[in-house]
Design a protein around this ligand. Structure first.
Ligand code: 5AD
Ligand code: SF4
Length: 463
């Protein structure tokens, strides 16, 4: 069978990255091989994100670029998957008539059949059925692609209905995956060289609740016992579901990384109520105190939305106050945007675009101060890091590498490739003394067990 080429453009969250990897794997038997060239592709898939207006605009601007290619190349198939596909369904054909297939967030298992039908019958298809089961088995041969890190989805969907959020409408109701299957997938990934696993879900802390397939902390304990796995991360957590058991995991589980992403969204109790978040600012701070009590150097990051409908200056000041009180390691912050179906789209007292922009700028400036301060505190510390590969700014004359601390800081360092490979073959983390801090990363010097170090600019050991 002739090799065909597949180009995937992934927009959005880690869940989409995981789904795109599954898409590439599930299409292998149809002889599709991944390419990074749009021109070479026989099949172009856009895996879309609908979380904010901006992400959706990105989808349609990319699709706009494809119309010329479609006219030029006979037989080219263009497919749109993910959250925008789920949300818009066949409306996508009206806006972009050259699209051949629209498939939803739970249609990936059916993709080989759908693509084959488009290929042979030359007909356009929409498949956006949501299911009550999470059947991932068919999709995998569980091989890693040479990376030290991998994502594993443990649950899908969300039942929380935060009033700004589109996720429950495009990802369906909360479904937890069978824990045996998750453990099997992780073991297989570890056997093929993966050292760090990130467990993914919209709301991982409520894993198992609906289907009783063990609690999240029980699952973490079992993952922690997998031989050969060095690190565990998870995302995303809902503050209301942080249990004492989970807090204890940060104290007791040796492989669980010292980082939690705990989206607060706002520091105003009035706004949190309107957002349907089900916790108050005080309760949120209480959870942070518990986490720091169990693991004093845990890194805490968060998401915030500014300019939610009805957010007054006083509400906004409460958010700034929360940021000051928690002293986050880092945050992501967004201007509120209306999403289809989400309740807040119909709320009154919308905040002007200009005001939202101003609030976002000031909030990010405030956080910048804490991020820089926290990064500076690393200077002089010895950190264990998991090497992920060559650094982005790979300098030709010296080999530069990148990895992360347990607290999720990016650390770059220089080291001779052979020396590093030798060290890594022992399936270990590498010790690095942090020498410099930047806004988004740290720079360090490797120290191997025999106390010899790799210096910047020098290819070999220096005593
Ligand atoms: N407008 C702005 N930001 C949003 N987020 C989710 N929905 C919206 C929206 N309608 C943000 C939240 C969430 C992150 C993934 O995206 O902060 O945690
Ligand atoms: Fe959206 Fe809220 Fe569910 Fe997170 S918990 S996915 S913000 S509805």
């Amino acid at each position: 069978m002739k090799t065909k080429y597949l180009y995937i453009n992934t927009i959005g969250c880690q869940m989409n990255v995981y789904d795109s990897e599954s898409i590439a794997r599930i299409l292998l038997p149809l002889n599709y091989k991944e390419t990074l060239s749009l021109e070479k592709a026989d099949l172009i898939i856009v895996n879309t994100c609908a979380i904010r207006e901006k992400a959706e605009q990105k989808v349609f601007s990319f699709l706009g670029r494809l119309s010329k290619l479609k006219r030029k190349k006979k037989g080219l198939i263009i497919a749109v998957g993910g959250c925008v596909a789920q949300q818009e369904g066949k409306k996508i054909f009206t806006r972009t008539p050259f699209v051949d297939l629209v498939f939803g967030t739970q249609s990936i298992n059916r993709l080989p059949f759908l693509i084959k039908t488009v290929e042979t019958k030359k007909e356009r298809i929409v498949d956006i059925k949501l299911s009550e089961y999470m059947d991932e088995k068919k999709r995998y041969n569980y091989k890693n692609n040479g990376k030290a890190t991998a994502f594993v989805t443990i649950m899908r969907g969300c039942d929380n209905y935060c009033t700004y959020c589109v996720v429950p409408y495009v990802r369906g109701q909360e479904i937890s995956r069978n824990s045996e299957e998750i453990l099997y997938e992780i073991k297989s990934l570890v056997d093929s060289g993966v050292k760090e696993i990130t467990l993914l879900g919209q709301n991982v802390n409520s894993y198992g609740e609906r289907h009783g397939v063990s609690s999240f902390s029980e699952l973490l304990l079992r993952v922690n016992n997998i031989k050969g796995l060095l690190r565990i991360r998870f995302t995303t957590s809902h503050p209301k579901d942080i249990s004492d058991d989970l807090v204890a995991c940060f104290k007791n589980l040796s492989r669980l990384c010292k980082h939690i992403h705990l989206p607060a969204q706002s520091g105003s109790n009035q706004i949190l109520k309107k957002m349907n978040r089900k916790y108050s600012k005080e309760e949120y701070i209480e959870k942070i105190d518990k986490l720091r009590g169990a693991c004093p150097d845990i890194a805490i990051t968060s998401d915030f939305i500014v300019g939610f409908p009805g957010e007054t200056r006083a509400d906004y000041a409460e958010t700034l106050d929360l940021i000051k009180r928690v002293e986050y390691d880092n945050i992501f912050a967004f201007k509120y945007s209306d999403r289809p179906n989400a309740a807040a789209a119909a709320f009154l007292n919308k905040v002007s675009e200009e005001e939202k922009k101003e609030r976002l700028k000031n909030l990010l400036n405030l956080q910048q101060h804490y991020t820089a301060l926290k990064n500076q505190n690393y200077i002089g510390r010895t950190e264990a890091i998991l090497v992920e590969g060559p650094s982005k700014k790979q300098n030709k004359s010296i080999s530069e590498w990148t990895g992360r601390t347990s607290t999720n800081r990016i650390v770059n360092f220089a080291c001779d490739e052979k020396i590093l490979a030798n060290e890594l073959s022992a399936n270990k983390l590498i010790n690095v003394i942090i020498e410099k801090s930047f806004s988004n990363s740290l720079w360090g010097r490797v120290v191997f067990n025999n106390q010899k170090a790799c210096h910047k600019g020098k290819k070999n050991y220096a005593a």
